[in-house]
Design a binder for this molecule. Structure first.
Ligand code: TRP
Length: 338
């Protein structure tokens, strides 16, 4: 088929939360119907920051995988795989590292920032500097045309496009230049109103139990201008309302909006109501996830099968790459004949 190839990945660090769901997974569900999709767990990328204690990386990968499938990512339609199960990522990373100027890597906006700001980890390593090279190999290994990104982060792809261009101009056209595919990424606030993130400790995880969700909702920040129960609220500046809009049935969202403005519903009540909505929203996911986790052998089989499918495409690309570089000893010595 000549459908376009889309590639997307997530670092395997910890449990998935609602920010991942609305920012990434929901887009995948939509994309898998329309394109040839490769979705993967970037466990090697996780090591760029977790190298001192890699013990959680495999567990995070399995958790993420279960969450994706439970959320509706279909391993029959999309190729869902694990980066380290396709060693060709490493081979291509090495070859691309030869042609990537240091200056390009040092100039990546998030590089110096994270080097400075990430606490408790020494990121002044070769691997962390090379993060975008590995990311580029993830993309071009599948000769992907599109990489889904949020509106504000098209620049992350720029270095991958540059590396692909440089390869093509040195050795011949092998890689399509990957383009940004703009997908909706609603801002999902955490319990404290900052961006939902594991490192802020403000996340609602997809695997949280109903009790955990209720407790977390109780601790949520609400409209700061609403001090007394009888004060009218402002849904447009309330954290709770962001979630109603993302996941509550329209009738509930409308009622909350109306009653909040009229001081008919209080924040405490709304927190309990929202908890019920989140629990109901995640319930089917939680059930499918539980089923998946009951049969680890079948889950491993899914990981393996997806990774084998990915590997077929990866091997094909590496054949083209070795040929383009002239790194083909068969061809040199026997003309390709056994
Ligand atoms: N950097 C991405 C993240 O932080 C993960 C990732 C690795 C990725 N390789 C990729 C995303 C290739 C898209 C394409 O989650």
């Amino acid at each position: 088929t000549d459908r376009q190839v889309v590639l997307s990945g997530m670092r395997s660090t910890g449990k998935l939360h609602l920010g991942h769901y609305f920012g990434t997974i929901r887009n995948w569900l939509d994309l898998q119907d329309r394109h040839i999709c490769y979705f993967f767990a970037a466990d090697w990328h996780a090591l760029t920051s977790e190298y001192e204690d890699p013990s959680q990386v495999t567990a995070s990968t399995v958790e993420a995988f279960a969450d994706w499938v439970a959320a509706g990512v279909d391993p029959e339609r999309a190729v869902v795989f694990v980066q380290s199960m396709v060693p060709e990522h490493a081979e291509l990373h090495l070859l691309l590292s030869m042609i990537t100027p240091l200056g390009w890597l040092e100039r990546v906006p998030t590089y110096k920032e994270q080097l400075r700001e990430v606490e408790g980890r020494d990121l002044s390593t070769y691997g962390f500097l090379g993060y975008p090279v590995l990311q580029t190999s993830d993309i071009v290994l599948y000769r992907a045309h599109f990489v889904p990104v949020g509106e504000d982060q098209a620049s992350h792809l720029e270095i991958s496009r540059e590396i692909a261009r440089r390869f093509n101009s040195l050795y011949g056209e092998v890689f399509p230049e990957p383009k940004a595919l703009f997908t909706p990424t609603p801002k999902v606030p955490g319990l404290d109103g900052r961006k939902m993130s594991k490192s802020y400790g403000n996340a609602i995880n997809l695997s949280d139990t109903p009790d955990e969700i209720r407790a977390k909702c109780k601790s949520m920040f609400t409209d700061p201008a609403r001090i007394l129960r009888k004060d009218p609220g402002h849904p447009e500046t309330c954290n709770l309302f962001v979630f109603h809009r993302l996941l509550s049935p329209a009738a509930v969202t409308e009622r909350v909006e109306r009653e909040c403005r009229a001081a008919g519903i209080g924040c405490v009540e709304d927190k309990a109501l929202l908890a019920d909505q989140i629990i109901a929203f995640l319930e089917p996911l939680r059930r499918r996830r539980e089923d998946l986790m009951k049969d680890p052998g079948a889950l491993l089989e899914l990981l393996r099968k997806g990774s084998d499918r990915a590997r077929e495409r990866a091997r094909e690309t590496m054949g083209l790459v070795r040929e383009a570089l002239g790194l083909d000893y068969d061809r040199l010595l026997t003309g390709g004949r056994p």
